[in-house]
Write a protein that binds this ligand. Sequence first.
Ligand SMILES: [Zn+2]
Length: 266
Amino acid sequence: MVVERSRRCCLLCGAAFVGRAFLCRGCAARYRRELPSPAVRRQFYEAVDRTYPGWANTYGDHNLPRGLLRVLESLPRHLSILELGAGGGFLLQALQRLGFHTLIGLDLARTALEPLRQRVRGALAVCGDAERLPFADESLDIVISSDLVEHLPDPDRHFQEVARVLQPGGLYLFKTPNRLLAVPYYRLAGLYDYHFWHPSMFSPGDLRARLSASGFACRFVAQPGLTPAQLRKVPIRALRPLAGRLPIGRLPPWLRPHLEVVARRC
Ligand SMILES: [Zn+2]
């Protein structure tokens, strides 16, 4: 969620400013003091889709969870999968290509639902909040999310909701930025509004403790290499091809830019 420095309008109030952030300084300060409502969060993500379509996961396949896809390749194809924050359905499309056929995509942004339906024929597209899931207890085999958890104001409630809808032994597979690397990067990049769009980031140790409190046992899986979205954040363009060949999966989890997590509901 980073764009090049430019003159742009605040995605909430429309005020013009120059920078790399999504919000003006005034809106960033306001939402440092108060929690945004679900309606304000929806307004923001729908504005991202409209204003920065080249960066929105409604329209592009920038950041697939490559370690998690390897895990899914080894699982039986009859299992049901719910993706939270499904955007335009690129990950669900990858799952459909792997042979999974009971697929549901949920997204808060109404702008995502039609692209999702068009891209993944046969999948159910649901508008909803990942902290209040509209599904019955123990009704799903697998829940997956990619770059969702960090956007949620109440991640503990989210983990409890995922535990509720999963069958015992079911899996929650997710990818999220590693706070230990992301926060210094956002500060250096001048993204003074990151608390609005990434309010919930974790280190590997935090994540293990939070998941355990919600009834999950977890392990971290390695991504084989940097994704296109991660490579776009390498500031020197000429270094990007080299960065793309880095064996990032050999690093310990606390040094990886993103954490890919397999959490099993106990
Ligand atoms: Zn503003």
